[in-house]
Design a protein around this ligand. Sequence first.
Ligand code: ZN
Length: 649
Amino acid sequence: MTIAEKDQLIEDRVQSSRMLGRNKSLVLHGGGNTSVKVREANLVGEEEDILYVKGSGWDLETITREGFSPVRINHLKKLARLPELTDSQMLNELVTHQTKASAPVPSVEAILHAIIPFRFVDHTHADAVVAISNSVNGDEILKEIYGDTVIYVPYIMPGFDLSRLCATILEKELTPEKRGIILLHHGVFTYGETATESYDRMIELVGKAETYLAEKKTPGSTVKQYKLPGDFTSGLCALRKKIADVAGFPVIIKRADDAKSMDFCNRSDVAIISRQGPATPDHVIRTKRLPLVGRDIDAFAREYSNYFAEYEPLAKDRKTMLDPAPRVVLDPVLGVCAIGKTVKDATIVADIYDHTIDIILAANAIGGYVALPARDIFDVEYWELEQAKLKKAGNLPPFTGEIALVTGAASGIGKACALSLLARGAVVVGVDINPAVKDISSDPSYYGMVVDLASEEGLISTIQQTVFLFGGLDMLVLNAGIFPESSKVSELAYEKWQRVLQVNLDVNFRLLQEAYPCLKLAPKGGRVVIVGSKNVAAPGPGAAAYSVSKAALNQLARVTAMEWGKDNIRINSVHPNAVFDTGIWTEEVLHSRAMHYGLTIEEYKKNNILKTEISSRDVSELVAELCSHVFAKTTGAQIPVDGGNDRVI
Ligand code: ZN
């Protein structure tokens, strides 16, 4: 095999893997894997058979050449003949028999790929096949559909034992007329001499299952109108608090309230059909073995502990119980609630459950859904390899799972606050009347909302939307405000005075009121930070409306801190001064202000006791830290960020 031929094979492998990955009914979030077998020379000129197999941590949809790990085939084949191999031994062998040190860890199904004697091998957990396999007469139906054209492998946990079992079965049953392998309750393997052949067989086999289901499909749902009750927001916050308490960490909730999800949650038999078990072993780690139907989280936790107590003594190694909180909640009012530590995690759970609903409904239409026995599910959920992966993900930033709302986030201090909170792992909703707020970050944990907070409607919907999108509200940064042009009291128009007080004071008063029920239910305690001003302690002539609004806001914060302490909500203020890296301070304005005081721009910027320049980021880092455990025992405080000012000190 020439280098060019080998490169072409790998390129074909990348392309058809991506095609599989784009089809969400075949492959979801890192599920499924593919491989290609090539011959290549090593540095001393010896030719070797190498398996390029998907590495863990890569998604088929976006995989590149770097996502495939090259492993020596001969060694893998020898391993398949061993009577026994623990997961960690297997992993060690996979990693130490790669030919590239920097390659990702090969898929745990690498041995299985090696023993299938075809150049290209594709593996998916196709919804349709899994749905049929998980139905009452699944085995018979599969035989009716595929007859002798495929090899059937009974369910066994993924990993070495599955590879070994397949090796034995393939030896006897792999004949030219077999077009693929069906792993019961798990998925499909196809193979071929070209990437296209293997891919086409996958589409053909899965297509047959899809056609079978389509013919049996029960009529679609009657899309009912599900009405949201008035206490929807606090109901969702309360659910999140309860889950976080049981889990031991704050969580993000992604809701699905489309017609399919709502109909499913409102079925009279939802508790029965949803609680048979997960669709494939691949899903267990993300969704746990069962969803919670309704909101009795304590009952779920008890049930989960009992399940652990029942199966743990049968497990090979001693395990520690995972947190007993649900990952999916099916509620007739809230819809399908997917739970995760991060937006990404919750989104994956949401996607998996969306497919689980399809699978359950499809299986239900052909006689009823049955999942694996609880013992098998336990083995996957407490699989040492998966637990090791979870442990590795343990080092998360401090605000992981928490939700912050920042007003005036399109620019300046507000934007900096959003970024400082994001950097600490929080989900951030940035609000501004300026549409630029949508684009200040491309982080999936950021959501920009264009809202006029001066309207009562906009203000209420801001809090509601935040809770609808992520499940709650933990931190509120009240930064939005206006600084009108200088005007003496004797000349200040009453409308202007009113407008400044409305935006800088009334809006914040109403936001505090609306956020209160949510902040009260923040798992780690609610936190409010108010961006005040040096003018509170040291006002200047010509800024009456602004100084009065900020002073009143300051007093509001102090009173609120006293009232809400019992609810474990902390409220602190920062008082910045002379922050020049914001939109209003153009070179021109700076120049004219500096001239006014007879200073150079440089002197004017550093006109404080520490002779230092203050940036938006200096302010935002303090704001974020005020929300952290460092200030866990501080409330009602006011902290200047002004380089030191002798009128304030
Ligand atoms: Zn699999």
